[in-house]
Ligand binder design. Sequence first.
Ligand code: ADP
Ligand code: MG
Length: 723
Amino acid sequence: MANLESKLSDVVGDRTSKVLADAFGIKSVGDLMRHYPRRYMVRGELSDIAELKEGDEVTILAEVFSSTTRPIRGRKGSILEVIVTDGSAKLSLTFFNQAWREKELKVGTQGLFAGKVGIFNNKKQLSHPDYQMIADGADVDNAAQNFAGKYLPVYPATGKMPSWKISQCVDMAIASLDEIKDYLPEEVRSAHDYPTLQAALVQLHTPADLDHADAARERLTFDEAFLLQLMLLMRRNELKKLNTISRKVIAGGLLEAFDATLPFELTGGQREVTKEIEEDLAQAHPMHRLLQGEVGSGKTVVALRAMLAVVDSGGQAALLAPTEVLAAQHVRTFEKLLGPLAHGGKLGSSDRATQLTLITGSQSAPARKEALALAATGGAGIIIGTHALLGEKVEFADLGLIVVDEQHRFGVEQRDALKVKAQKPPHLLVMTATPIPRTVAMTVFGDLDVSTLRELPLGRQPITTHVISVLEKPAFLERAWARIREEVAAGHQAYVVAPRIEAGNDESADIDFLFGQESPDIASVTELAPRLASGALAGLRVADLHGRQSSELKDSTMRAFAAGEIDVLVSTTVIEVGVDVANATVMVIMDADRFGVSQLHQLRGRVGRGTSPGLCLLVTSAAVETPARARLDAVAATLDGFELSRIDLEQRREGDVLGAKQSGTQSHLRLLRVLRDEALIENARADAEGVLAASPDLTSYPSLSAEVALLAKDAAIDYLDKG
Ligand code: ADP
Ligand code: MG
C-alpha cells in the first residue's frame, strides 16, 4: 500500500512516472493527488455548436475538420487554429504557442472539447479549450457511453501525458492508497463540516456527483488559506521577536523643528498612522508595516516624519523608489518641505539639520562618489534612490529604517538586499498607493501590520471624470483640447497620457485575435505631442515624457513642468505614480481602455492635488456595452480606490494578484482565489489565530506543523518572504 509520500513509480511504473515528472514535476503519490482537475466533462451536457452563445461554458462532441499553424506577425510564437464540426456548424479552436497539439488534433478524428465560447471577427471560438480525443477506430458511441453518468475529470495535460492518461494514473493511486492522516485539526474540520483529507482528495478526482466535488474543493481551498495564514502569522510572531535598535522620538530634534515649519495641519488619519509608526519605531523589535492610502492622501509626509524620527535617534533612513522620476521628485519634495533643515553640515545651518542624498543608476561618477560617501559616513541622514541603492558599493553608517515607495514594483529580494546593509534588522515601512481589499492584504501582506489612510487633506477638490467616446461623438475630442486651453489660460497645467511611446510598434492584431478583441491604432506619445503642439494646442508649451528618454531629460522635463515652464505634458504612464504637481488640473487619457482600472485611478490622481478642482477625460473608441467601456464607466463613477482595486483585481489573473514571482508558494496555492474566497480566507485567518493562541509553535499539532514547514520552505525563496 502507498501513502502520499510514496514514490509514484511504485504505483504507476517507471516510464509513466518519468513522463509525469518531466511534464509537471510530479514525483510522489501526493504530488499526483494534488494535480487537481480543472473541470469535469459531463456526457449528458453536450451542446450543439450551432446553439453556442458567447460566454457559455460548454462541452461539445465534434470532429476535426481542418488544422493550421501559422507564425504570429512581428512576434515570436505561433497560433494553431483548429476548425471542428459537429454536423450542425463549425467552430474555431485556437492555441497560442502549442503547435504540438496539431499531432493530437488530427483531421477526421473525434473528440470532446470544453471551454468558454468567445467571439472574434463575428466567429465563435474556443481559446485554449480542454479536450479529450476519442482513439482512432474506437466506437464513438461506445466511447461516449463511458462518459454517461460519469464526471470525467479534465486535467492540465501535455501531448505526452493527455488528460485521460492522468486520470488512469490517479485511479491507480487511489486504489493503492492507505488511510491518509489528516493534518487539519479535528475541531477546525468539524466546525466547518468539511470532509476528511482522504475523502476530499478522492472526491475531487472521482466525484460521485458535483456536490461532492464542490465540498472537496472547498475543503482543499480552505487548507491552502489556512496553511498560508498559519505561515504568515508564525512569521509575524518571529519578526516580533527579533531585536533591533529602538528609535524613539526625541524632544527638540529635527522632527520637532520640521513640524513647526510644516505649512499644513496633518489630517486626522495622518496623525493616527503617524502614532502607529512612532510606537513601532520605539520598540526594540523591527517594525514591519504596510501603509496603504488613497491617491493624494499624503503618505509622503507620513513617511518623511518617520524618517526624521530615525535621523533624530542617530540613524539613517533609506527611501527606495520605483523610478528615477519618482526618486528625483522625492528629493525635490523633501528639500522643499525641509528647507534649511535639509542643509546639514553647511556653514550656518542649524545643528538639527540633516542632509539628503540621491543614488541612482544613471548619475555621473563624481555625483555618485559623493553620494556613496555621504551614505557610508552617515553625513546624509536620508538616502533616496532607485534599485541602485541595492548595489554592492552602497554602504550605510547606521541604517535604521527602510521605506519602500509604491511597493508593487519591488520584489522581496530587493528589499532584503537592502536589509543586509544594516547592522541590526532595520525597521520597514512599505507604502502602496493601490488600496487593496482586506483579504488581499491578509493574503499578500499577511505578515505585515497594516495602516490605512482613507481621508484626503482638507480643501482638496474632488476630481470629475468623464468618458469621451470618439466612436459616438468624435467632436467631443475637440472639446477636450478646448478644456486644456481653458485651464492653461486660467494659469493651470495639463497632462495628456498615451498608452504607447511610438506608433503601432508592439501589440499585433494576432494577439488581439486570441483574446477576442480588435485593436485600432493606439495613441502614442511621439506621434501625439508634435501633432498637438502644431494643431489643437498650438501656442501652448507642449513637452513629451517617456521611458526611453535619458534620465537627465526626464528629470529636466519634470522640473520644468513642476516650475510651470511647460503647459502640457504629453506622457506615457511614467507619471502614473507619485508625481505631484499641484497646479496641474486637467488630464486627458487617450485610449483609456488600454489601461487597468487601478492604473487609471492612479493616473487621474495626478490632477486635483491643489486647491483647484481636477478634471479627467477618458478618451476611448470602445463601444458602449463592451467590458472595456464598462471599466471606464466604473472609473468615472467613483473616486473610491478600494472599490476600483476590487474591480481591477477581479479582472486580473490570480498570479498577478499574488505577485509574479511566487514560484515557491504557487505549488501550494492551486485553488485559492483571493477575491472569490474572501469568506474562506477570513475564516482561515480566525482559525489560524485560534490554533496559534492554543499552541504558538504548533507543538500540539505535529502533522499540521510539518505541513506549514513544507509551505514555508518553498516560500523561503519567494516573494511572500518579507522577513
Ligand atoms: P500620496 O499619498 O498620493 O503619496 P502625497 O504624499 O504625494 O500623496 O500628498 C499629496 C499632496 O498633498 C502633496 O502635495 C502634499 O504636500 C499634500 N499634503 C499632504 N498632507 C497634507 C495635509 N495634511 N494638508 C494639506 N496638504 C497635504
Ligand atoms: Mg506618493
